[in-house]
Design a protein around this ligand. Structure first.
Ligand SMILES: Cc1cc2nc3c(=O)[nH]c(=O)nc-3n(C[C@H](O)[C@H](O)[C@H](O)COP(=O)(O)OP(=O)(O)OC[C@H]3O[C@@H](n4cnc5c(N)ncnc54)[C@H](O)[C@@H]3O)c2cc1C
Ligand code: FES
Length: 345
């Protein structure tokens, strides 16, 4: 009979923890069985939240999305722990600190009430929740996301708040409505103000990184603006001195949203510039004309700037922007990204 194997997880702050994994279990399932909640979301190889680097031992990888784990990363020893079946003892480095690991399922779950649902563009809604209960604090690092459960089902989807951690319990989500999508249909047809949802998180490692006074360029495709806005609002709150630019791209003018919120932020933050980009623009469009990828390329070429880059949105846009940064010579280690991979496929 095949034997159990030992999994050792090494966190970014050099802490470690070990647990056993049965032959038929992936690493995330084995950890959950032993009340260890490593970072994960879809648990089906689609979202990349559970990514780590295997430095010791052998394993078999189950089916993963090539967007979540590209071939080069797989070749370099990166793994999705929800699809990783150890065949020997293994050691895996994860890109987050020990404190991010939870040891009870309740540690990460809470209920929240719907406060607002409003259309803010032709295909995007603002979905505002407030945590219920006596302790309303919502803690997260700007850039992280939460998993929201559709009431009465066990279907969850990941969404990144656009606001910052707060004691009032507020979570402000910006959600693109996808035709026929399960969460999208819930938002279009069944949601009501006052309804309660189960929320789980925070999760994810996308967020601000310390790199001295290096300027920060934020590139958002559509609702990819949400975690970017959270990060820039956080910079404002902390009065961080780095110069920054938000490149916000949509396809058509009817898809643009939050221009007032962005203008207000820029008015309060002298270090912030905005580039609102529309790809298929009309004569009336007064801001940047063209795709966010082209506008960014133009700026990087013209100024010769070598900022830190934060990219978020649809996988195609993130990949195209990443290529532009590589072309301009920005080191890979200074590009931080989150792809909004379809979390339910
Ligand atoms: C870490 C993370 C954070 C995210 N944060 C946000 C956020 O802040 N705002 C936001 O709007 N979305 C975000 N997403 C995407 C979100 O989780 C859902 O995947 C998306 O809202 C679709 O869910 P759905 O249930 O409506 O559609 P589903 O039922 O999941 O999908 C229905 C169909 O549409 C396809 N599909 C799903 N998403 C897309 C898409 N984006 N483009 C084209 N086709 C698609 C699916 O493949 C499927 O065929 C995030 C995803 C991840 C992984
Ligand atoms: S949790 Fe493993 S890929 Fe989503």
């Amino acid at each position: 009979m095949a034997s159990k194997h030992q999994v050792t997880i090494i966190t970014q702050d050099n802490e470690s923890l070990s647990f056993e994994c049965r032959p038929d279990e992936d690493v995330i399932t084995a950890a959950v069985r032993q009340d260890i909640y490593l970072m994960s979301s879809c648990r089906e190889g689609g979202c990349a939240t559970c990514k780590g680097l295997c430095t010791e031992g052998d394993y078999i990888l189950g089916k993963c999305s090539s967007q979540a784990l590209p071939y080069e990363e797989e070749e370099a020893g990166e793994v999705l722990l929800c699809r990783c079946y150890p065949t020997t003892d293994i050691e895996v480095e994860v890109p987050y600190v020990y404190e991010r690991i939870s040891f009870s399922p309740e540690g990460l779950a809470f209920d929240a009430e719907v406060i607002e649902l409003s259309n803010i563009s032709i295909n995007v809604v603002k979905f505002q929740l407030r945590r219920t209960g006596d302790d309303k604090t919502v803690k997260f690092d700007s850039g992280q996301f939460f998993d929201l459960e559709i009431p009465g089902t066990d279907i969850t989807r990941s969404y990144s708040p656009a606001n910052i951690a707060n004691k009032e319990g507020d979570l402000e989500f910006l959600i693109r409505i996808v035709d026929g999508g399960k969460f999208s249909t819930y938002l279009k047809e069944s949601v009501s103000v006052g309804q309660r949802l189960s929320v789980r998180g925070p999760s994810g490692v996308f967020g601000l990184k310390e790199n001295g006074f290096t300027p920060r360029y934020f590139v958002a495709g559509g609702t990819g603006l949400a975690p970017i806005l959270s990060m820039v609002r956080r910079m404002k709150e902390w009065e961080e001195p780095q110069k920054c630019i938000i490149y916000f791209g949509v396809n058509t003018e009817t898809e643009i949203f939050y221009l007032n919120e962005l203008d207000q932020l820029a008015a309060e933050m002298p270090t912030l510039k905005l580039r609102n980009c529309v790809w298929k623009y009309s004569d009336d469009w007064q801001y940047e004309k063209g795709s966010v990828v082209d506008i960014l390329r133009r700026d990087l070429q013209e100024t010769g700037a070598k900022p830190d880059l934060y990219l978020c949105g649809p996988p195609g846009m993130v990949d195209a922007t990443f290529s532009v940064c590589a072309e301009i010579g920005i080191p890979k280690e200074r590009i931080y990204l989150e792809k909004f991979l379809p979390s339910g496929s």
